[in-house]
Design a protein around this ligand. Structure first.
Ligand code: ZN
Length: 465
């Protein structure tokens, strides 16, 4: 068999790896490359390493856009095979891909307005909602740990990755002539002790392992710190009647914060303030969470027995309509407004930031990773003058940074996970989904714990296995 690295090689975006096994071509993930608009569009539109028509099967690790976001383009360019994933991934992928198609349609509309005036030819979106519908019709969804024979020689099993709802570690048992190869791929590896989700599963007897390395050389606070930190913020906010503005990813992060607040409010009623989740995608994603309690950990399942809905309580309001979103401008503090996007690049969060950051009584809570050049990154870096929707605003509000809510394993957690694998049996580990400096640091750590054969493939590299 051969393993070809097509995306997320020495970078964190566009996850995609191609297996050639006994004449079948199996694609692991089909992620969207995210970066500067023009370059990203070109990379996503052209599959330069293979023809989509030649792919037989796709296996999807989880629903995040950098892992699933280019599936509709693959289908648009002729892929007709099955797409294997877990049940929750199918439901989440549906709402996330529809949202992604919608953003692209709006984006192209905006760009085309200018191009039309300049007499230039017009762009087409990468894909639209019809392409998403066609893509979803190819999904085949399974439970964790179910044996799935995807070809006569390849048996697939999904293990829990503990990263987002439905996320999986992909395990393949491959028969090739006289030998059996045990092959595993992390997708993205989650962290032990995250709320809601179960911890990552251990996979026995792996020969070849593709491992993500986003935080291969960096460290997070443990999740428990989040509770203590939110309590401190609430205690400062209540006497000042602050509005707490939280830019948050709609899927995963928002539900974690809501659940965390629910547990904190249960423990100490004096902290209770109104919470507004203002993002239609968050509302839809929360509904998908509710439909998949089979993915929950023991604590969350026990919580449901006592309280029924972990994502709903008295002071929590989910907001979908534009009018209700605007009405939040006049709402008095103390309150918390959780809205997307997480990097404060687009969406309703921009209005909430514009309306509230000039008031020194307010608080901005930054809970997730923000890429370079995004408004979120500027807030994290402490810039005082911010351009939002074309106007300049002074950041007078207090900014509080959290790195304890990350859904990715950090350097220690990745290393601990790899310690559960058998060093004597492991033939090779391939590091993907990380910037090169992080991958090099992680490689050193893997060498230290006994894994001598660690590769950092480049895009286009092919390995004979
Ligand atoms: Zn992910």
């Amino acid at each position: 068999m051969k393993l070809q690295f097509v995306g997320a090689a020495q970078t964190v975006t566009g996850s995609m790896h191609l297996l050639h096994i006994n004449g079948s071509k199996i694609l692991l993930d089909c992620g969207m490359f995210q970066g500067k608009r023009k370059e990203a569009f070109e990379i996503n539109r052209t599959f330069d390493q293979f023809n989509p028509r030649d792919i037989d099967i796709v296996i999807l690790s989880h629903a995040h856009i950098d892992h699933a976001g280019n599936l509709p383009t693959l289908v648009k360019h002729g892929f007709k095979g099955p797409i294997y994933c877990t049940r929750a991934t199918k439901d989440l992928a549906y709402i996330m891909l529809q949202d992604c198609a919608h953003i692209q349609e709006k984006d192209v509309e905006f760009v085309n307005k200018r191009r039309k005036k300049q007499g230039k030819n017009l762009f087409e979106p990468l894909y639209d909602s019809d392409d998403v519908e066609k893509t979803i019709s190819l999904f085949k969804a399974f439970n964790y740990h179910e044996d799935i024979d995807i070809t006569p020689d390849v048996r697939l099993q999904f293990y829990d990755a503990g990263h987002i709802l439905g996320s999986s570690l992909v395990h393949l048992m491959i028969q090739e002539k006289e030998r059996i190869i045990s092959f595993a791929f992390t997708g993205d590896l989650g962290r032990p002790n995250l709320p809601i989700l179960r911890d990552p599963d251990k996979i026995p007897n792996v020969d070849y392992f593709i491992c993500e390395s986003t935080y291969g050389g960096r460290f997070h606070d443990t999740f428990d710190v989040s509770g203590t930190k939110i309590i401190e913020v609430l205690k400062r906010a209540i006497p000042k009647k602050s509005k707490i503005i939280v830019p948050s990813f709609s899927v995963g992060r928002t539900q974690e914060i809501v659940y965390l607040l629910h547990t904190l409010f249960e423990a100490d009623p004096s902290l209770r303030i109104p919470i507004y989740v203002d993002s239609p995608l968050s509302v839809n994603a929360t509904e998908v969470f509710r439909q998949h309690p089979e993915c929950f950990d023991f604590e969350t399942s026990r919580f449901i027995l006592k309280h029924q809905d972990p994502f709903g309580f008295n002071l929590l309001n989910y907001i979908t309509s534009v009018e209700s979103s605007k009405a939040l401008n006049d709402t008095q503090g103390p309150c918390m407004i959780i809205s997307s996007s997480g990097m404060a690049e687009a969406g309703r969060i921009l209005h909430h930031l514009a309306n509230n950051i000039q008031d020194a009584n307010n608080i901005v809570l930054m809970v997730g990773y923000c890429a370079e050049h995004t408004l979120g990154r500027k807030i994290i870096e402490g810039e005082k003058e911010l351009n939002i929707l074309g106007d300049t605003y002074q950041m007078n509000a207090e900014v509080v940074l959290f790195n304890s809510l990350s859904a990715h394993a950090d350097s220690n957690e990745l290393t601990d996970y790899c310690k559960t694998l058998d060093t004597a049996k492991m033939k090779k580990i391939f590091l993907v989904h990380g910037d090169f400096d992080q991958q090099e640091k992680f490689k050193v750590r893997l060498n230290e714990i006994g894994f001598k054969n660690v590769e950092i493939p480049k895009k286009g590299d092919v390995f004979e296995i």
